[in-house]
Design a protein around this ligand. Structure first.
Ligand code: SIN
Ligand code: FE2
Length: 214
């Protein structure tokens, strides 16, 4: 039995930088509340694949909740108060999302985090996200809180220049990555997802990225 318990223990929390941390399984206690709230969000503002300014269709499908939502089209990346697909405001951020983001930020050393934007990314097998910085936010004082649910992903966490070497960090269901301060503008991305179906979410990965955008 002891061997089994050891085998099943999550990996320990992992520092990715002076102010960047993966909190293993931190989101697990929130999942039962978060998934039905997500279903309400996607009923109002469905997942869709957006086009980059360069004209590529993103492999990741996305939606948003909160006062501001991240969007992309041929004119560029930006935050908008309305969903361009519905012409209505993005769905409000559920209280359980806010609690999760705030608690994770606090656990990583960023007390008082009040996000106004939650980008929801859905990865099917093969979907990926190329290296980028999160820099469309109005200021960089607040951290990024990034929640992983469903299939495992290989997260890339690089440096402040695109060419800097990147750490490869596996993220499992329930893990939360937080980066801010000196690490706020580090390049990051996700390698193409392998199809390793998750026991409850199946062949998909859901990522919530909480930000203070406005
Ligand atoms: C993002 O950078 O927007 C998402 C990262 C992830 O899916 O883990
Ligand atoms: Fe990002």
């Amino acid at each position: 039995m002891q061997t089994l318990a050891l085998f099943e223990a999550p990996p320990p929390d992992q520092h990715l930088g002076p102010q960047a941390l993966v909190l293993r399984e931190f989101a697990l206690p929130y999942v039962a509340e978060v998934m039905p709230a997500l279903a309400e969000i996607t009923a109002a503002s469905p997942f869709r694949q957006m086009v980059t300014p360069g004209g590529y269709t993103m492999s990741v499908a996305l939606t948003n909740c909160g006062a501001l939502g991240w969007t992309s089209d041929r004119r560029g990346y930006r935050y908008t108060g309305e969903d361009p697909h519905t012409g209505k405001p993005w769905p409000p951020m559920p209280a359980c999302f806010q609690r999760l983001a705030r608690a994770a930020a606090q656990a990583a050393g960023f007390a008082g985090f009040e996000p106004d934007a939650c980008l929801v990314n859905r990865y099917a097998p093969g979907a990926r996200l190329s290296l980028h910085q999160d820099k469309n936010e109005r200021n960089f004082d607040a951290p990024i809180v990034s929640v992983s649910l469903g299939m495992r992903a290989m997260f890339l966490f690089g440096g402040l220049a695109r060419s800097d070497p990147a750490l490869k960090v596996p993220l499992w269901h329930g893990d939360v990555a937080v980066w801010g301060g000196a690490d706020r503008l580090r390049y990051h991305g996700v390698l193409p997802l392998k199809d390793e179906p998750h026991e409850t979410l199946g062949s998909q990965r859901i990522n919530f990225t909480f930000r203070l955008a406005g």
